[in-house]
Design a protein around this ligand. Structure first.
Ligand code: HEM
Length: 245
């Protein structure tokens, strides 16, 4: 669809919107525009209930927060624009400026958010991981093997730490020099050192640990479960920012 002049679109009231609150006819208002997404509901990549509960409503909050702080991708935005049918009639009861859930919002006050001046918002709109403190785990059959924390700044990893590191009943963080398996702990620490300041995309190098860690004490790089560290980091990224810098 060509970009239509917003002024040409019909005005739709909140009452009218509210009549289309089911899967049979699902309209949503997002940032001042109204979309009839009825045809899209069955195709949405979640449980239908997730998207249906916003039918008939001002849904910017859901749109901007697939999970807290994680907005939909540009691809989803393109998709959304296919269903544009009107403009929401503004009323003071329904502010439709960017809505950000509380955990993410600057708590001081609702200030004007523009991607040109708000780096966080710009990264969010581009689908880039947001700066902040992250925590994630790798579990195996219910028990946590790796628990990592790290910070992202401009998409780069800093201060990667292991809160927990255990395989097969061995608590590696408790090992001391000379203990069997100590080299595995050193290798994990090397990962943290070598990833310091690297773009987060660099984690995939851990699939070939010898690219990242030295051979220590005759242990080959293969001792290291590089894939598990990647999983813990990806889990952290999936969970989203744990706390803001
Ligand atoms: C407003 C309420 C909505 C909520 C709460 C919501 C929630 C979600 C969630 C939780 C996911 C993640 C699925 C996953 O990672 O497996 C997702 C993905 C997606 N949603 Fe929605 N959604 C909403 C509306 C929409 C609408 C109206 C469209 C398009 C017309 C849409 C298009 C997509 C697409 C294309 C994805 C794939 C990931 C992406 O491109 O961001 N969603 N949505």
């Amino acid at each position: 669809g060509e970009e239509r002049d917003a002024d040409e679109l019909p005005l739709i009231t909140l009452d009218e919107l509210a009549e289309h609150d089911s899967a049979e006819s699902c309209w949503k208002a997002i940032h001042g525009r109204v979309y009839d997404i009825t045809r899209y509901v069955p195709d949405h990549p979640t449980d239908e209930a997730v998207i249906r509960e916003w039918c008939g409503k001002e849904a910017s909050e859901g749109w901007d927060n697939k999970r807290p702080g994680v907005p939909h991708s540009p691809r989803a935005q393109d998709r959304l624009e296919r269903y544009l049918i009107g403009r929401l009639e503004r009323s003071d009861a329904a502010p439709w400026e960017a809505v950000v859930v509380e955990s993410v919002a600057d708590s001081t006050e609702a200030q004007e958010r523009e991607p040109s001046v708000d780096e966080r918002l710009a990264r969010a709109l581009l689908g880039l991981p947001l700066d902040g403190h992250y925590r994630g785990v790798f579990t195996d059959r219910g028990s946590i093997q790796i628990n990592v924390t790290f910070d992202l700044r401009d998409g780069r990893i800093h201060a990667l730490e292991y809160r927990h590191l255990a395989y097969r009943g061995v608590d590696y963080l408790a090992l001391e020099e000379g203990d069997e398996g100590y080299a595995v702990l050193l290798q994990h620490r090397q990962i943290a050192e070598r990833l310091e300041g690297e773009p987060v995309t660099r984690i995939f190098a851990l699939y070939e640990p010898e690219r990242v860690v030295d051979d220590i004490d005759g242990f080959s790089g293969a001792t290291l479960r590089g894939g598990k560290v990647i999983s813990a980091i990806r889990d952290a990224l999936n969970r989203g920012v744990y706390s803001w810098p």
